[in-house]
Design a protein around this ligand. Structure first.
Ligand code: MF3
Ligand code: CO
Length: 295
């Protein structure tokens, strides 16, 4: 990624962020700081991914639906249910609240939600023939559009009596996300956060998927930056106030190797057939830390 210094703005002109405030009392100091990091060779965000207060409010409203939908799934999910029934809950609850499921028709995706069971890493497609059974672990990944604003989160559910080993995986991945959240600090690097997440997974003998990660989210479904959870401290994009992205590590009990279902072109599985788990939250970088937008 190359940094092009944006044209200078008059101190009293309106700020580029669309806040309506004067540049000098809005993003002037911010731009100067970004410029310094860029000159040191760091990856810095483009203005297009910095959200203003109006946009943040829109994303928060979208997130209210996103969270409510997963709450509804949490309430209803049980052994014996098909993943299509989960899809129906997601579609109906989202639409009833005035939103649109972001997954539906996204790059040809056929359903409203992703339901990934056991060795499915992500992008499991709901189906009438997939029935949840006692002992399964499942990730339900739900994304929402409201008034053009996007929100995204996923949760794990343990169905009935889950073997201790698998339950532990689900717990540790949740801890990974919590560690990730704490490491979202303005003017630190995404690599600092990603490394902390990776380390916690490694400490438990797990591996983290490299090829698929988090993403900027809010004005579009998938925006810059790509968010890796196998990154090194001091690398990757600088985190600055107004950036909004997901923390969604996919943690495998065995190998980090994965493969894609050739028949549907979507679903990802672990190469060794061992389980994989994932939680996803969306965070906003603030002046003094972070705001958790979805959980
Ligand atoms: N919700 C997924 C994410 O966390 C993306 C799913 S795309 C779909 O980024 F098309 F598979 F739904
Ligand atoms: Co996501």
């Amino acid at each position: 990624m190359t940094y092009y210094a944006p044209p200078k703005i008059d101190r009293n002109a309106p700020c580029w962020c669309g806040s309506g405030r004067k540049y000098k009392s809005c993003h002037q100091h911010f731009d100067e700081k970004i410029h310094e990091f860029a000159m040191q060779g760091h990856i810095v965000p483009d203005r297009s991914i910095i959200k203003n207060e109006r946009q943040i409010q829109g994303i928060r409203e979208s997130a209210k639906i996103n969270i409510a939908v997963l709450d509804e799934v949490a309430d209803k999910i049980r052994a014996g249910m098909t993943t299509q029934q989960i899809d129906d809950i997601v579609y109906n609850t989202t639409v009833k609240m005035g939103g649109i499921p972001a997954d539906l028709h996204y790059e040809g995706y056929p359903k409203s939600v992703c339901t990934s069971i056991n060795d499915q890493v992500c992008h499991g497609i709901p189906s009438e023939t997939t029935v949840l059974k006692d002992g399964d672990i499942i990730n339900v990944d739900c994304s929402t559009i409201l008034n053009g604003f996007f929100s995204d989160s996923s949760r794990m559910f343990c169905i009935g009596d889950v073997p201790e080993e698998n339950r532990k995986l689900v717990e540790v991945v949740k801890e990974c996300v919590e560690i990730g959240i704490k490491n979202v600090i303005p003017w630190h690097f995404l690599g600092d956060m990603g490394h902390a997440v990776h380390q916690h997974a490694l400490d438990h003998g797990y591996s983290v998927v490299k090829e698929i990660g988090g993403h900027g989210c809010g004005l579009e479904f998938h925006e810059d930056p790509f968010v890796s959870y196998v990154s090194k401290p001091g690398t990757e994009m600088l985190m600055v106030p107004g950036m909004c992205f997901t923390i969604e590590p996919m943690v495998n009990m065995g190998t980090d190797e994965i493969f894609q279902d050739e028949e549907n072109g979507w679903s990802i599985y672990t190469a060794d057939g061992k389980p994989s788990a994932q939680w996803e939250v969306q965070v906003l970088v603030t002046e003094d830390g972070r705001e958790v937008i979805t959980y």
